[in-house]
Design a protein around this ligand. Structure first.
Ligand SMILES: Cc1cc2nc3c(=O)[nH]c(=O)nc-3n(C[C@H](O)[C@H](O)[C@H](O)COP(=O)(O)OP(=O)(O)OC[C@H]3O[C@@H](n4cnc5c(N)ncnc54)[C@H](O)[C@@H]3O)c2cc1C
Length: 351
């Protein structure tokens, strides 16, 4: 018999606020949804996936049950597609700095806003990801003018501009290719050594654009100073064993990857020890009321920091959260196969 799941799409307020959009947080949305609970998810990264998208998007993962191999970034996409059925409210690119329990509710706050819910799931992994910043004079001055971007979003960002990119990873190479093909009037790519790592399928495009001079490569260099008054006009490239250079630019994209820091989580009085918060493994509860911790951040005897562990922990936390949020109500269903067809006829997030 099918029990149609009660998706809380008509309710405005979330039942659960999830801090962290890595695999643990993304699967938490699905597990909460299976119990008819609506989730709001906040992550410091501008996109979903946590470590998978920030540290190893192009690596294959081989230990997801039933999926012999999958690219990390494809697993993230599948998790989002699966969660989308339950209409999560996503807030990307926002770091949670405040977590307070008041009047029987949790308040979760960023620098600019706050939300309330009966339960919070902390899926913060190894901490909030932020772009690595280059050591470069006058960086902040041009950041505030919007002439330094860490997450270029659209072609409009570099249209008719002289773009300077620092980095060698897939993100930097891809940005150089897109800027060269779509509207930038000049593209300079800087790195300490000639060791660029295009994403699979982009090697030939990169080589062609480099050979034709559409992408001008500067190795071995690093960007040491930005100049211009008031607008960004040029950058000094410091050479390693070679003379410094100057290039004209009006947009600097330092694409050096991401670093993670536990940051505010350390201030929340959660007995954090060696990067882990102690929880009850049969409920994933922290000592604080209705505050659950799942994924890499959760600590208990025998803990295995793996994606599949995080998935199971999300299911355990969802059951317990339901009991607290809807005391006395029967848990809707244990098996997804009993739910009847969930509408999976949906477009991918971002399409
Ligand atoms: C190179 C590499 C390869 C790996 N390969 C495998 C593998 O093959 N199989 C496997 O099972 N595991 C693998 N892992 C481990 C796996 O990636 C982790 O176990 C998994 O990512 C943990 O998921 P999570 O959701 O708990 O945390 P994370 O993936 O770390 O996500 C946490 C998210 O929380 C956000 N966050 C933290 N604090 C805040 C805050 N205050 N405000 C807003 N957002 C915040 C972060 O920005 C981040 O996006 C690998 C890890 C690495 C580094």
């Amino acid at each position: 018999m099918n029990h149609p799941v009660e998706v809380a799409s008509v309710r405005k307020d979330p039942d659960i606020i999830i801090i962290g959009g890595g695999p643990a947080g993304l699967h938490m949305i699905f597990q909460a949804g299976m119990h008819g609970m609506r989730s709001l998810l906040v992550d410091a990264l501008p996109q979903a996936g946590g470590q998978l998208s920030a540290l190893y998007p192009e690596k294959y993962i081989y230990d997801i049950p039933g999926i012999p191999q999958i690219l990390a970034q494809d697993l993230v996409r599948q998790l989002q597609i699966q969660a989308e059925v339950f209409e999560p409210d996503y807030h990307w690119g926002e770091q949670v700095s405040r977590l307070e329990f008041r009047d029987d509710n949790w308040t979760v706050g960023t620098q600019t806003r706050q939300w309330q819910a009966r339960a919070v799931v902390l899926a913060g992994g190894i901490g909030a990801f932020a772009p690595k910043k280059p050591r470069c004079t006058a960086l902040e001055q041009f950041e505030t003018r919007g002439e330094v971007l860490y997450h270029p979003q659209s072609v409009r960002d570099w249209q008719d501009r002289r773009v300077l990119i620092q980095g060698a990873g897939p993100q930097a190479v891809e940005a150089a290719i897109i800027a060269a093909r779509h509207g930038a009037c000049e593209v300079n790519l800087v790195h300490r050594k000639d060791a660029f790592e295009p994403a699979p399928g982009q090697t030939e495009s990169f080589q062609n654009l480099r050979q034709s001079g559409r992408i001008r490569v500067h190795v071995p260099y690093t960007v040491s100073a930005l100049q211009g008054e008031p607008a960004l006009a040029s950058a000094v490239l410091k050479g390693y064993g070679t003379a410094d250079r100057q290039v004209e630019t009006d947009l600097f994209l330092p694409l050096l990857g991401y670093g993670a820091a536990l940051g505010p989580i350390k201030e929340w009085d959660l007995s954090l020890k060696q990067g882990g918060i102690p929880v009850q493994p049969d409920s994933m509860e922290s000592p604080k009321p209705r505050l659950f911790v799942i994924g890499d951040l959760a600590s208990y005897p025998g803990k295995n920091k793996l994606i599949l562990t995080a998935f199971s922990e999300a299911a355990i936390a969802a059951r317990q959260a339901f009991n607290y949020i809807y005391p006395g109500k029967r848990i809707p269903t244990a098996y997804s196969s009993n739910l009847g067809p969930l509408s999976l006829d949906i477009t991918r997030p971002g399409e």
